[in-house]
Structures are given as C-alpha cells and as structure tokens.
Ligand binder design. Structure first.
Ligand SMILES: C[S@@+](CC[C@H](N)C(=O)[O-])C[C@H]1O[C@@H](n2cnc3c(N)ncnc32)[C@H](O)[C@@H]1O
Length: 618
C-alpha cells in the first residue's frame, strides 16, 4: 500500500499540465503495480447472471400482479424483464403477449401491435391466439380512428396527400402494404398499422433547422460556433470566450457523444444503444441485461461494443463488495476503452498516438489532431480532457486505479478484447503484458476524465437515462448563473445562449447547481466535491436568492418601470395571441438583460424558464 501511495504522490507532483497528457509513464506505473498485486491475490469467484425460466416466469407473474392492480407501466417493465430472462421461444411469446395487454390499456396501440406480431412470430400457442388477435383488431380500430381524426384535422387546412410521412422523413404510400414478415399470419398485418403512427416530433424541430450553429462551425472545434474561441488561462484552464454576439436561443454548440452508457435504473425502460424510452424493448439474445428499442440498435450495439461488454455486464450485476458507483464507473471506462481502441483493434496505434500527444506541451491546443482540430470523435482529443489530478484526494486516485485494474482483468479473462483470452493464472507476471498495462492506464485516465467531464443525458424532462462524454462540450466552465442552457435531441447535445452574450464574455454552462434551484451552500459543496471547484460566479459571490424567494418578494421586478413595461407590451400581446411564439420570448429576454443588467430579476427568471421549457419539454 505504501508503494501505491508513493506512486500516487509522484503522479500528482509530476502533473505540470492542466490536461491528461504528460503523465502516461506515471499512470502505467501506478496501475501496473495495483494490477500486479491483484492478479497475485485470490480473486473473488465470479458468477454471471444468465437467462433462465424461473426468473422469466417470476417477472411475468409480477407483471400480472401489477396489471391486475392497474399499474400498467410497472407491468410493462416486469414483462420486459420477463422477456429479457426468457430462454425459450415459448417464454418470449408469453412475455410479448402479456406486455401487449398492458400496452393496449395504456393506449400505446402501435407498441401493442408490435408485441402481438412478436408473440405470434415466437409461436404463441394456437389455443390462446383468439384473445391476442381480438386485442390486435381493437388496436387497429383505435389506430384507424386516430388517423381519421388527424386526417380530418389535416383536411381542414390542406388538401390531403396520397403519401404520408413517418418520423424520419421516409414515405409510405397509403394503400401499399409493407412486405409481410415471414411467418406472420395472413390478414393480421400488425406492423403495417403500427408504422402508420409517426413518432412525436418536438415543436422546435418543426419550426427551425435545429442543427444550425449560429455563425456556422468554428475551424478549430467544428462542434462549436465560429463566434467562440478556445482560450487558456491559469485561473480558468481551457474555456470558451465569445468573439461575436449571441442572442438568447442562439445555438452555440451542437455535438454527439464520443462515448455514452445507460444508467442501471433505465436498463428495462430505455434502449441501451440510443437511450430512448421504449415500451417495446427487445433483449440481447445472450444476456438478460441489454435491451434495445429496435433491431437496428441491437445490431449496431453488438457490432460497436456489446459483443465485448456482454460477458462483463453479466458479471458486474453480481459483483460482490463493489458499490453501485464503482460498477457504473467500470462500465463507463470499459466503454471508453472500446471506443478509443476501436474494440481492441487499434491498441498499438493508440500507444503511438499518445506519444505524439504527450509531446505537445501547449495547454490550449492539448489533444488537437494533426490537422489542428479539437475533434468530437478523435481519441486524442477525448483523452486530453481535464483530469483534476492535482486536486483529487489520494484515496480517490487509488480507488480509480483499483477499478481500472479490475476492469482490465475482466476484459482479459472474460472477453476476446485482447488477441488471446487469458486465464488469471497466465497473468502472474504482469510486466510481460504491456498491452494490458497500457489499457489499464487508459481506463485509469478514463476514470479521472469521465468523473470531471461527463454529462447526464436527459432526453425527456426530469428523466436522466445515461451519461456521455461530449469532447467539445467538456471545455465549458461552470457557473451557477450560466449564460447558456442545454437540451438533447436524441443523443445530440445542443447548447443555446440563455442571455445575450457579448464578444469577450466567457461562456459558461451549469454542472448541476443553478442558483435559482439550489441554496448557495448546498450547490457550492456539490460543485466542490464533484469538480474540485470553489465557485465564485456572481450568484455565489453575491448570494443571489432562489426562485421561490425571488417570486415571493418580487425581487428585481420591473413592474414599476413604466417605460420598460411599455417597451415589452407588444411582445406580451404576441404571447397572449400565441403562447408558442418563442421569438417574442427571446426578444423579451434580450431587452430585459440589456436594461436590468446582472442582477436577479423576477421577469428575467420567468422568461428564462419559458425559453428553457420550450426546448426541454417540447
Ligand atoms: C469540464 S472541465 C471544464 C474545462 C476545463 N477548464 C479544462 O481546462 O479542460 C471541468 C473542470 O474545469 C475547471 N473549472 C470549471 N469551471 C470553472 C470555473 N468557473 N473557474 C475555474 N475553473 C473551472 C474545474 O477544474 C473543473 O473540474
């Protein structure tokens, strides 16, 4: 233990750079030492969870109880679990059939039809099919009724078209049947009717090109606007400065995750690949853990990551003496390792690239590619993010080193990630396995990077479904009174100006403690604990009141400022005529900020809330 402590201290002392690069040798020494101790000690027995009849039946019965009580959502989740654990066609057919009943009652007719089709495809017993088909007929009737209602609405405004569009813009002609699935029963073309219900589209997507960066993409970092520059200072580290003006609502950055994972509490409600809410989840054929919203997501997940993760996820669920946070971290770092090494196929190239990256001592451009870009999808850029190595407590660093050593042992002994699948006894002298040591050090770096940089992914209001590493977004610094806010379109994170931003302003996001919703002491403690940052934003320095206090005492209210009220009147009238006139809200915010300045203000808070909820709760 003393040696490990010394290695951690050396790591911290040698850390001259603000970012991760420059410490590869020290990281490998620390993780190599822990790895060596781990492989020589007695590893706990590993028992993976597997599909089995007993659990599948138990979850189905639990689902039935919820169904009887009228708890449809709980029933749907239990039937999804029953399907996940099912180890035969028969059990799968039952799980799909029962889920279709809860879906029907929840008025999710499209999902109901998909499940009926799946139950039949899995050979749902002939003698029980009558009920299922009756339900299918009723769901089709409901869909037809809904489509007629929509059609009537549509005809009122436009002449009806012969082609209808579904979610992603693909068109199906009204009278042409979708080719029948093999084995489906004649006349019950359930999938045809299911496809007629288009996915719900957020309001803002119907009105604007949501993917347009204001001023177009920056040359140095294509995911941010050209009105922003990357800066570096001792006080702020890397951060973003505005070089041009932004108005409230303008898009300042837009990016897909470099790597992302689902949270365990969403395993049976959300797709493990795209993280969207789904009532029709289908399981990985190998494990009871991973569920997908479609065949496409299941296939992509398998090809990109799940074939490696599958045996490990089975074990993690049963790992004794390892708490939930650590298990979550293990799944995150394994995912990052899979992405940076392209599933183990680029380990040598990555080793070489790390050497090139380490030779750049400039903090501002650390992690830039050879073409001079901070790239959302480059391993070099991803591994350059802030580590907070000097400010982290020793115990946290040691814990991360242990997690990384354990993760690499699991990869080496349970998967085909490395060219050879090892027995633990093969690894007794770890110095012979430089690839393992290197991968463990990358996962150690992933721990420190991910704990300081990951964003929660929230596709629906109030529901966090997973966590993602967004390389370019990771350069935003924190403020409890940020001048931007973010929302998600699928996995894509979009950051917009919340206030007017002027050239020379630093652009901030909130890491989770916004002044209006959390008392100063509480949020300061949270930000210090998670990000080693003693926040000194205006809201912290001046102890701004919270939302409730501002509303109760009308703090900063402009209601007595007759001139300003008069100036805002036309926008008020526009909003009374159309509550979704978001351009009016943006104009109000712009005017209020310019007139009121940097103070808490009741009307600003209202307008900001309005703007955010337009995008967050579409
Ligand atoms: C997601 S990174 C932000 C980018 C970071 N500044 C960099 O150099 O890469 C988070 C870390 O940045 C630093 N940071 C964030 N907000 C800050 C602020 N307002 N002032 C100073 N440092 C800040 C803290 O070390 C925090 O843990």
């Amino acid at each position: 233990m003393e040696i490990a402590k010394e290695l951690v201290l050396t790591l911290k002392q040698n850390n001259k750079s603000h970012v991760g690069y420059g410490l590869q040798k020290e990281c490998e020494a620390l993780v190599g030492h822990i790895l060596q101790n781990m492989v020589r000690s007695q590893m706990p027995p590993l028992h993976g969870v597997t599909k089995n009849e007993e659990d599948s039946v138990r979850y189905r019965e639990e689902g039935n109880q919820h169904f009887v009580m009228g708890d449809d959502l709980e029933a749907i989740e239990c039937y999804t679990l029953s399907l996940a654990y099912a180890d035969s066609d028969e059990l799968m057919a039952y799980a799909h059939a029962n889920r279709s009943a809860a879906l029907y009652r929840k008025q999710l007719y499209k999902e109901c039809l998909i499940d009926i089709d799946a139950a039949l495809s899995h050979g749902y017993p002939k003698e029980k099919q009558r009920n299922l088909k009756d339900r299918g007929d009723k769901a089709i009737t409901e869909i037809k009724r809904l489509l007629q209602l929509e059609d009537a609405d549509h005809q009122r405004t436009t002449k009806s078209e012969s082609v209808e569009r579904i979610g992603n813009g693909t068109a199906i002609e009204n009278d042409r049947e979708i080719p029948k699935k093999q084995g489906a029963i004649a006349n019950e073309n359930y999938l045809h009717y299911a496809a007629k219900i288009p996915p719900r589209k957020p309001r803002y997507l119907q009105e604007e090109d949501f993917s347009k960066l204001t001023y177009g993409p920056s040359r140095e970092a294509p995911a941010i606007s050209d009105g922003i520059a990357i800066s570096f200072s001792e006080r702020y580290g890397r951060h973003y400065m505005a070089t041009r003006e932004f108005k409230p609502g303008d898009i300042v950055s837009i990016e897909d995750p470099y790597a992302h994972v689902i949270y365990e509490e969403r395993y049976y409600t959300h797709c493990h690949y795209c993280l969207s809410r789904s009532y029709n989840l289908i399981p990985c054929p190998q494990c009871p853990i991973a569920q997908y919203c479609s065949e496409n997501c299941r296939k992509l997940a398998w090809e990109t990551c799940h074939q490696t993760e599958c045996p490990i996820l089975k074990l993690l669920t049963n790992l004794l003496n390892v708490d939930k946070d650590k298990i979550r971290m293990i799944s995150k770092i394994i995912r990052l390792l899979i992405v940076v090494t392209e599933n183990g196929t680029r380990i040598k190239e990555l080793q070489q690239d790390m050497k090139t990256a380490e030779s750049n001592s400039d903090n501002r451009t650390a992690g830039f590619t050879d073409t001079g870009i901070l790239d959302s999808f480059s391993s070099r850029s991803a591994l350059s993010l802030a580590t907070n190595m000097t400010t982290r407590p020793l115990i946290g660093i040691s814990a991360f080193a242990c997690i990384s050593a354990l993760a690499v042992i699991l990869l080496a002994t349970q998967t085909r990630f490395f060219p050879k699948r090892y027995e633990i006894d093969d690894l007794k002298d770890i110095s012979e396995f430089s690839e393992l040591k290197f991968c463990a050090s990358i996962m150690f770096r992933a721990c420190v990077i991910m704990s300081s940089n990951c964003f929660s992914i929230q596709q629906e209001p109030g529901i966090v479904s997973g966590s993602g590493l967004y390389v370019t977004h990771s350069l935003y610094n924190h403020s409890c009174a940020p001048n931007t806010f973010r929302h998600f379109e699928g996995l894509t994170m979009i950051t917009r100006a919340l206030t007017p931003i002027r050239p020379g302003d630093q652009i901030f996001t909130s890491y989770g403690g916004v002044y209006a919703h959390m008392q100063r002491s509480e949020r300061k403690q949270k930000i210090l604990q998670d990000y080693f940052l003693d926040c000194d934003c205006p809201a912290c320095k001046n102890d701004w009141p919270t939302y409730n206090e501002i509303l109760r005492d009308h703090i900063g209210s402009i209601s007595k400022n007759k001139q300003l009220v008069e100036k805002l009147r036309p926008f008020r009238e526009r909003l009374l005529a159309n509550m979704y006139d978001i351009e009016a809200v943006k104009a109000v915010l712009d005017i209020l900020h310019r007139e009121v300045g940097e103070h808490p203000c009741e009307e600003i808070l209202h307008a900001e809330q309005y703007l955010k909820s337009y995008y967050l709760d579409p």
